[in-house]
Design a protein around this ligand. Sequence first.
Ligand code: IVH
Length: 675
Amino acid sequence: MTLEKAKERVDILSTKLHDLNKRYYVDGVQDISDQEFDLMMHELQELEVEFPTLLKTTSPTQRVGGEPTKNFKTVAHESPMLSLSNTYNKEDLIEFNDRILKDLNTQVDYVCELKYDGVAISLIYEHGALIQAVTRGDGIQGDDVTVNARTIRSLPLQLVGDYPERFEVRGEVFMSKQSFEENNKRIELENIDRIANNKKAQILLANPRNACAGALKQQDPKKVAERKLDVYIYGIVGQVETITTHFDGLNRLKEWGFNLPNTFEKVTSIDEVWTFIEKWGKNRHDLPLETDGVVIKVDSEEFHKKLGATAKSPRWAIAYKYKAEAAKTLLKSVTYQVGRTGAITPVANLEAVQLAGTTVRRASLHNANEIARLDLHINDKVYVEKGGEIIPKITGVDVSDREKDAQPLEFITNCPACNSVLERQEGEAQHYCLNITSCPPQVKGRIQHFVARKAMNIDSIGGETIDQLIEKGLIANVADFYDLTAEALSDKMERFKDKSIENLLNGVIASKNIPYERVLFALGIRHVGSTIAEKLSEVFKNIDALLSATEEQIAEVYEVGGQIAKSIINFKEAPENLFLIDRLKAAGLQFEVVEKETVGTLEDKLFVCTGTFEIFSRNEMHDLIKEHGGKVRTSISAKIDYLVAGEKAGSKLKKAEKLGVTVLTEEEFKNLIEG
Ligand code: IVH
């Protein structure tokens, strides 16, 4: 095939596939079978491979996700991405209307839209092609997530009709309730082995909004594509000739191929706005996405200009937020869960009740203080509310509905798993079971934590395998992994074939290369998370240095406070922990920092970076500092050696100047690095 013929075919296929995609993902109509669609897509892919010059970034083939990016480029918004001021009641809404009528001295029409609960995005189109997608960031600059945005099926990569030559639209990327459910089902299946009941909340996506934000920041676009995000557009930035009202603008956006819901309405008075709010207050849970309010916008573009904006938000729009929904139900009982550190978490078991479109059976109670604060009694009628978390919380009790002889809920005194007496240290909210060595959920929890991805990453060992290893007496602690033999495994483990044995042992061997800071995290010392472990390893470069440090020396480490220091001291005071570390050392685990080849020019110098940069992204700058032996900090103090200040550097620059901290431009920083 000649290049010319190929170009003709690529154009035909691209146009057809864009149109079919829009029909399916925006209009909800399927015109051809999946098979026929795949055939056309395949033909296009092959042509693009054979004639690489024909491959455009807007090609329908780009939706599956391109190459991973290391860091997102920081991009300044052409005009700031403002936010909306919020109201929570009718009076404030009437006040908003009164102010507008007074300022304009005339009646106005409003457009009511739902407030889509997702992540704001700015999209720039040139000659109808999507050329840039940027997150809101701090409103002034955001992350360039164009490759990720291209995977969103309801986002047009190529527009149709009489669109302006170059323009920006803004909208909300979201994860539909259905995609959220599907993603969580998939994650649960993928992790079936590692999900102990009390770990579930940490592994599953917490809510569609966070899940969407997380997905959009994924560095691998293929993973973004997998999460099945969606987008609704809610406005054009700036004036477009021939568009004089917001309502017309929204309809034109639809004509050009953008995805907008059919829920927006033009109304002529604040009473009608209220009717819209009430209608969706009742019906919003039936929508495919989560919405927590309504956005009310003055319709006329001319009035937008007249009313203007404050530094934070436009004066021509406001958001009405629905109250968090509450439901009343019966508190049947409280179950106490034991975590890997021995922490006891009470969970309320409720009579099933419908709340914000889902059935609620459990609510988190956090600790004994929370139970006391709520003054909970058995069989109380409690109010539950759903915030951003998977497990809803109890916000109050209907005391008028309490039985006369109801008994106050007493926190348990003994561990539900091993019956040891629980303790609560001064200043701590949580009760703990101190039977570290033989309380079963603690033993298992610690082992599970040890093999977890962020720790030793032994993915050949899941929850069920751990159960069996413990049950068969093959392991009682994490050091026992390193004494396992193929013979013992094949003798004792059920349904464990050669391949599983080989995988398990290979995983264990590979873990000996895991760097010190992760081994430190894997030890599961109370309050020592992965970031703290990293900070500690920067200062105490091997385990002996850490274990011989005093509480004060540990507490002095940046971001490590007294509580963490105390916990490390407690850890080392238990002989069994020292014995465990000795065994792990003997097994060959990494217990000291392997110094990376740093270029060394910035040895131990402390840096803060602020403002916007042109040469490096913020992350690249941080990596360079670390590679050269320096350290990155976030706030200015007299201890800081350098502040690298970019465009629009604000209060940090002022503070640095006041404290006499050396301020570098991006260029000066580059020179410093390059020596
Ligand atoms: S208009 C000046 N319309 O709500 C801002 N925003 O604080 C103009 N949002 O993060 C925004 N649905 O992304 C507008 N129908 C809608 C919206 C909407 C959700 C988000 C927006 C921003 C936040 C406003």
